[in-house]
Design a protein around this ligand. Structure first.
Ligand code: G3H
Ligand code: ZN
Length: 287
């Protein structure tokens, strides 16, 4: 059964670890992430961007696939199905489609408009017992068409959004979607500490989890980050494993071209990446 992310994230914040959000694109991604969470007895959040939702033929198809997979694979760890960087309209669609968690990304609006729209969603989510993530500041780089300037969040604005009653808050702290450039300045722990100080118990979310050095991840968790999003790193692992399979000529041997064989090394690679992240985030055994 799908659950709201509220309990898992609240426990993570109190227990000084973080729950991973891993974005899904298809059956292989979903299966790999669910099986790894179950194997490690870890709570997990499946992220769905608007682009991935379209690719998977709509949010209702995604809900049906994920829910049925949870049943068929006998997944007993808590799983939240979460819209990633959603517009207001996409949030409503996902709520209608049976998602258990949504992210409204109003970070590109003036703060007053971000507050207004977030407030409306707080009300709807409370009625339906869904978790809601909001964003202040912006995440640099680009993810599935969502482009951010990467400016650090204003802690006072974070407090305003946090006070609306959202479940978790993503604050831009110099993090970037995709791979980090050589000259990346690193996370702004000054901003994170100021946000944490003003927002108290609010679980904070770190986007752009691909390629952030381990010591920075650990420091971010110690400053109140309770959810970390990873997308690109699973894509890179999948691509590398698939490329190796083909370059080794395995697709030409026996029935190696069978998609179920061709995609299998990629699934193993995603599982290894998810395992590594869950261990680093400290969510293993916390289901
Ligand atoms: O919203 C999803 C993420 O922030 C993932 O970022 O692709 O850099 O891991 P990433
Ligand atoms: Zn993100």
């Amino acid at each position: 059964m799908l659950v709201s992310a509220k309990d898992m994230i609240t426990k993570a914040k109190a227990g000084h670890y973080a729950v991973g959000q891993f974005n899904i694109n298809n059956l292989e991604w979903t299966k790999a992430i669910l099986l790894t969470a179950q194997e490690l007895n870890s709570p997990v959040i499946l992220g769905v961007s608007e682009g991935a939702g379209k690719y998977m033929i709509g949010y209702k198809t995604v809900t049906a696939m994920v829910s049925n997979m949870i049943d068929e694979l006998k997944i007993t760890v808590p799983v939240a199905l979460h819209l990633d960087h959603g517009t207001f309209e996409a949030c409503l669609k996902c709520i209608d489609a049976g998602f258990s968690s949504i992210m409204f990304d109003g970070s590109h609006y003036p703060i007053e408009e971000n507050i207004e729209k977030t407030k409306e969603l707080v009300k709807i989510c409370a009625e339906k017992n869904l978790s809601l993530e909001a964003e202040v500041g912006s995440i640099g780089g680009e993810e599935d068409g969502v482009v951010g300037a990467g400016e650090c969040a204003d802690p006072e604005e974070c407090k305003m959004i946090s006070d609306l009653g959202v479940t978790m808050l993503a604050a831009g702290i110099g993090n970037i979607h995709g791979q980090y450039p050589e000259n990346w300045a690193g996370l702004s722990f000054e901003t994170l500490a100021a946000v944490q100080q003003l927002t108290g118990d609010m679980p904070l979310v770190l986007h752009g989890g691909t390629g952030i050095p381990e010591d920075m991840i650990k420091k971010a968790i110690s400053l109140g980050v309770a959810k970390i999003n990873v997308n690109t790193e699973c894509q890179l692992s999948f691509a590398a494993a698939t490329r190796k399979y083909i370059e080794d000529g395995k697709d030409l041997q026996g029935k190696g071209f069978d998609p179920r064989k061709l995609l299998a090394p990629g699934v193993v690679a995603i599982r290894a990446t998810v395992k590594e992240k869950m261990e680093l985030f400290g969510s293993v055994g916390k289901a």
